[in-house]
Design a protein around this ligand. Structure first.
Ligand code: PEP
Ligand code: MN
Length: 350
């Protein structure tokens, strides 16, 4: 339920509506807009006693939010959400945000080297897992907190923002100390305690679509994070399971315009996990930009054949540079632009 205030509603009237909503046992989310303030009623299941709000001074109308996900929906907020990172990168606006890096942080020298290369090629967000959700318990599980410290060092040297995954609620608080954006992976998209903790972290969250999740389930997972008071959620299409074995997953590009019609949250694409095949990453990255994605997440490794995880889908740095040149042209053709490369000199070389 949304309570739309008159354009000349006073602060006192808005406060009175907020107090009334809380007295009815719900939470109120005032949202000042360009024309007028709207107050969201959170925690209701559609049975709000409208009579108690309808006639209040300053109230223009009440609007029922019909989608099962409320705060995530376009009905709740017509304007696109733009997530702003401290290094100036914006996700969800006209610019295209580029996150790139290895699947896993493998060592300090390696992550610093690739970070410097990627920054020089125009990426402004460095990815790399310190805690890895591997299908096999015998595969490399990540460097843990040491990996987080290495990522922080890479941020200090390059000015890139850091996105890295949290696997469980307790671990999320640790990741939040280092990351600029906390990733919740496909395998954890419906880990509700983790989503709730992410909602209380105060950090932007990159929420990846589960490998068998519908778009509605993805949006409901995001709702858990917003319901805890965190509006900074970036959705990520990373491919779903299919019957065809030519690729690891089926990158669902229709999810991009579908999500954009249903939700105000930004959505990026991950063609690395979405295809699982190096030769398919560049074509699908180009297609995702053309489809209107707000950004890309791309795995890049300086020595993919010897990578500790996901080497078969990791681009060589030269391929990433080629991709950056191509997507700049596509972005421009659809009225978008690449996020500007980070200004200023690199702090120190490797
Ligand atoms: C990853 O980003 O390395 C990853 C594990 O992604 P996903 O959760 O999409 O499989
Ligand atoms: Mn990976």
């Amino acid at each position: 339920m949304l309570v739309v205030m008159n354009h000349d509603a006073t602060d006192a009237q808005i406060e009175a509506v907020t107090a009334q909503i809380e007295a009815m046992g719900y939470s109120a989310r005032p949202m000042p807009g360009k024309q007028r303030t709207t107050v969201g009623v959170v925690g209701n299941d559609g049975r709000v006693d409208e009579g108690r709000l309808q006639g209040m001074p300053g109230v223009r109308e009440l609007i029922a939010v019909t989608r099962p996900y409320k705060q995530v929906s376009r009905e709740w907020c017509a304007d696109d959400t733009v997530v702003r990172l401290s290094n100036g990168t914006e996700i969800g606006g006209v610019e295209l945000a580029i996150m790139a890096g290895p699947c896993a942080v493998e060592g300090e020298a390696e992550i610093l080297e690739i970070a410097h290369q990627l920054r020089a090629m125009g990426a402004t967000i460095l990815r790399g897992g310190a805690f890895k959700p591997r299908s096999s318990p015998y595969s490399f599980q990540g460097l843990g907190v040491e990996g987080l410290i290495m990522l922080a060092r890479a941020r200090d040297e390059t000015g890139m923002a850091i996105v890295t995954e949290a696997l469980d609620p307790e671990g999320l608080d640790l990741v939040a100390e280092y990351a600029d954006v906390i990733q919740i992976g496909a395998r954890n998209m419906q880990n509700y305690p983790l989503l709730r903790r992410a909602g209380r972290s105060g950090k932007p969250i990159l929420l990846k679509r589960g490998m068998a999740a519908t778009i509605t389930e993805l949006l409901l997972a995001a709702e858990y994070i917003l319901a805890e008071g965190n509006p900074n959620v970036i959705l990520c299409e990373r491919g779903v399971r299919s019957f065809d074995s030519h690729t690891r997953n089926l990158l669902d590009l229709t999810a991009i315009p579908v999500v954009q019609s249903l939700s105000h949250l930004p959505i990026i694409a991950d063609p690395s996990h979405g295809t699982g095949v190096r030769a398919k990453v560049i074509p699908m990255a180009r297609a995702a930009v053309a489809a209107g994605a707000h950004g890309l997440m791309i795995e890049v490794h300086q020595d993919p054949p010897n990578a500790l995880s996901d080497g078969v889908q990791s681009l060589y740095p030269e391929q990433f540079a080629e991709l950056m040149g191509q997507i700049g042209v596509i972005a421009e053709a659809i009225g978008r632009d690449l996020v500007r490369p980070l200004p200023g000199p690199v702090v120190s070389g490797t």
